[in-house]
Design a protein around this ligand. Structure first.
Ligand code: NDP
Length: 278
């Protein structure tokens, strides 16, 4: 396994209190980074904080209650990171959830909510953390070992729906395609400032939102393994199973760190082979 030491670097993970975000925070902490996570639900956030502190007793960890759609919250989150750590090198825009609805049953209000969530969950944190990311990028000339600067990256959690829309998730698919375009534009705009911007396109990953769907949709007595296995078969996922949060986290980790120092404006598919395009 490739070892990378992120001591001295700061990773920010929005929606770090559950699922993919929590698994990503774990990876960063394991590599020695200081980590800031946020989420809306204070209880879930406190539980995540406690579980991370139990695993990493020396962790430099900050957990802030913040709704990424609320500009004041996001600015306060960035300020808290600045005050506690004085910098931010990596931003993982992960917070969010999907919306199951067809064109026939998506109201105007639901469309607006979905577009708002997908776009602003990327735009607000990106704006708020940009000054710190610019600073972390350094001037590209000084020796990164002595300045501690030289890796600045934004990674967005996106979905395979961006390229392979599903009619039963019409608004999410459409918004995902837009965010993929936004990510590409951001990568071009921020490249002169040496900030890389990439995303991961995930298929189905076991996480909080799928656990909640299992609770409402599974047949009485049906196990999690049976329910997810049946869905994976129905959806013809070549690897025959849901992904695990840590599998998405590993791709995020790669794109956030210098391991991917020559990659920007790109994405990694984490869909178990579910993409049909070449
Ligand atoms: P989880 O529900 O396990 O985690 C979502 C996290 O985001 C939680 O920490 C949640 O905390 C937080 N969150 C949600 N909305 C907000 C908000 N407005 N502001 C701040 N935090 C927020 O789900 P996943 O790990 O699966 O989801 C991670 C990302 O991956 C999401 O963007 C999701 O849409 C995307 N994705 C997931 C797929 C999957 O199959 N799992 C498929 C495609 C995309 P809280 O609710 O307390 O705010």
């Amino acid at each position: 396994m490739i070892q990378i030491d992120l001591t001295g670097q700061v990773a920010v993970v929005t929606g770090g209190s559950s699922g993919i975000g929590l698994a990503t925070a774990e990876l960063f902490l394991r590599a020695g980074a200081s980590v800031a996570i946020c989420g809306r639900d204070s209880e879930r956030l406190a539980q995540a904080e406690a579980s991370l502190e139990a695993q990493f007793p020396d962790a430099q960890l900050l957990a802030v209650q913040c709704d990424v759609l609320d500009a004041a919250d996001v600015n306060a989150f960035a300020k808290a990171v600045q005050n506690r750590f004085g910098r931010s090198d990596m931003l993982v825009n992960n917070a969010g959830q999907g919306r199951v609805s067809t064109f026939a049953d998506t109201t105007d209000e639901a469309w607006r909510e979905e577009l708002d969530l997908k776009y602003f969950s990327v735009m607000r944190p990106t704006r708020a953390f940009l000054p710190m990311l610019c600073d972390a990028a350094g001037d590209g000339k000084s020796d990164s070992k002595s300045t501690g600067k030289g890796n600045a990256a934004i990674v967005c959690v996106n979905s395979l729906l961006a390229l392979q829309p599903e009619p039963h998730m019409v608004a999410t698919s459409s918004a995902r395609a837009g965010v993929l375009s936004l990510t590409k534009s951001l990568a071009a705009e921020l490249a002169p400032q040496r900030i890389r911007v990439n995303s991961i396109l995930i298929g189905i990953v076991e996480s909080g939102q799928w656990r909640r769907r299992f609770e409402t949709q599974a047949a009485p007595g049906q196990s999690w393994e049976d329910w997810t296995g049946e869905l994976a078969r129905k959806k013809n996922i070549p690897l025959g199973r849901f992904g695990r949060p840590e599998e998405a986290a590993q791709a995020l980790f790669y794109l956030a760190t210098n391991l991917s120092s020559y990659t920007t404006g790109s994405h990694i598919d984490v869909s178990g082979g579910n993409a049909r395009h070449v």
